[in-house]
Design a protein around this ligand. Structure first.
Ligand SMILES: Nc1ncnc2c1ncn2[C@@H]1O[C@H](COP(=O)(O)OP(=O)(O)OP(=O)(O)O)[C@@H](O)[C@H]1O
Ligand SMILES: C[C@@](O)(CCOP(=O)(O)OP(=O)(O)O)CC(=O)O
Length: 397
């Protein structure tokens, strides 16, 4: 019996204008539009292989080597939509293989911790949907496919694109206009880099889905955010990206992270995603920008304490002089920087910063960080020849 396979890698994306709140829980329709930067896949990615064959008896998912349930309504919605599109294709092309009726085997691996607030669900659902779309040879555009990933996890729709991405909230009740679109390609602004400070013990306070439901239901501040703050910011941030205006992009990003976490605190009972370490990092970023009298860094925090710092390549030495000074003892530096780069950061700190410093650096801050992930803006999901499925058995290799 022939087994057909396809494999795709998909990226993580980190929002600079946050999605927080649903107007429809089943379809994952948001209460505001959002914007994100797609990160490079050498550092953070999901690899998903899918297989289908007339001989398979049930849909199965292996995630990081373990069988996982495919029962969740969200996953079922994704599989159903993909099968519907395949079935449409089969009706229009009598030679098409009737795969839409066959079961699927899905094998997926994340090269980073799952469910640790590193947007694994975004990369995970984007990879799942993109791999099946490839297997089914669907002709639909990335924006169309993003609507299916959205049903898996809202933020996953943005991982269907590389570079700078908007999720347009849409207004229709059926969600047909709630999709991801490209704001600018990676090539438009390739200088954008990201440093993720993974805060130890990054256990989630409240899952995103229930957290945002609570905020929608109880926060007064949230109404102000979605009605007056975000719509304006959405346009400004797109403009900042198009014109490569880092100071504006950075200020909007930091303000939006703060605004999102303020609505969490304003929920009742309150939700705390940031912790003391997160707050110290916020303060440090403002101190760094004030020190240089220039915006060299922007922070943003998702539904957890990990910090994502955005900065431009040409400011790397200035920023990393500080960050390496504080977090140099953490893991992750050698993966991206040579010994020469690292000593350049040290020298810059010693020669240009140490004597001028008007604030104290907390020498213990690194103790609350488990590792540093150094990455940059990256491309859309990629087809790959690497396959996690044994093509003779249809099971994981
Ligand atoms: N490769 C994958 N394929 C399919 N589903 C995945 C994959 N990776 C993660 N998921 C799904 O996403 C869930 C984790 O999502 P969760 O929102 O809890 O964490 P997160 O995405 O890491 O954090 P956050 O969304 O707050 O950044 C997993 O339990 C699994 O159901
Ligand atoms: C804070 C966020 O990261 C929230 C992401 O929420 P999810 O996309 O994980 O939520 P569900 O749609 O319920 O799966 C902000 C963002 O990525 O825009």
């Amino acid at each position: 019996m022939t087994i057909y396979t396809a494999s795709t890698t998909a990226p993580v994306n980190i929002a600079t204008l946050k999605y927080w709140g649903k107007r429809d829980k089943k379809l994952n329709l948001p209460t505001n539009s959002s914007i994100s930067v797609t990160l490079a896949q050498d550092d953070l990615r999901t690899l998903t292989s899918v297989a289908t064959s007339e001989s398979f008896s049930e849909d199965q998912l292996w995630l990081n080597g373990k069988l996982e349930s495919l029962e969740s309504e969200r996953t079922q919605n994704c599989l159903q939509d993909l099968r519907d599109l395949r079935s449409k294709l089969e009706l229009s092309d009598k030679n098409a293989i009737p795969m839409s009726k066959w079961k699927l085997h899905i094998v997926s691996e994340n090269n980073f911790p799952t469910a640790a607030g590193l947007a694994s669900s975004a990369a995970g659902f984007a990879a799942l949907v993109a791999a099946i779309a490839k297997l089914y040879e669907l002709p639909e555009s990335a924006s169309e496919i993003s609507k299916i990933a959205r049903k898996g996890s809202g933020s996953a729709c943005r991982s269907l694109f590389g570079g700078y991405v908007a999720w347009e909230m849409g207004t229709k009740a059926d969600g047909s206009d709630s999709k991801a679109v490209e704001v600018a390609s990676r090539e438009h602004w390739p200088e954008m880099k990201a440093a993720i400070l993974v805060v130890s013990d990054a256990k989630k306070d409240t899952p995103s889905t229930s957290g945002m439901q609570l905020t929608v239901a109880t926060s007064d501040l949230f109404q102000e955010r979605i009605q007056n703050v975000v719509p304006k910011r959405f346009e400004q941030m797109k403009q900042a990206i198009v014109s490569r205006d880092f100071p504006l992009f950075a200020e909007l990003t930091m303000r939006d992270s703060n605004s999102f976490h303020a609505t969490c605190l304003d929920s009742y009972p309150p939700i705390f995603y940031m912790n003391d370490t997160s707050r110290q990092i916020v303060k440090l970023c403002h101190q760094i920008n004030a020190f240089f009298n220039e915006t060299v860094v922007a922070y943003t925090f998702d539904a957890g304490p990990n910090a994502v710092l955005y900065y431009l390549q040409h400011n790397e030495t200035k920023l990393m002089a500080f960050i390496y000074q504080v977090f140099g003892q953490n893991q992750g530096w050698e993966l991206k920087f040579s010994a020469q780069d690292l000593s350049a950061f040290k020298d810059y700190f010693a020669d240009n910063i140490a004597d001028e410093l008007a604030f104290e650096i907390d020498e213990n801050l690194h103790k609350n960080i488990s590792r540093v992930i150094l990455t940059q803006v990256g491309p859309a999901p990629q087809n790959t020849e690497e396959c996690l499925i044994d093509t003779t058995t249809g099971n994981p290799k």
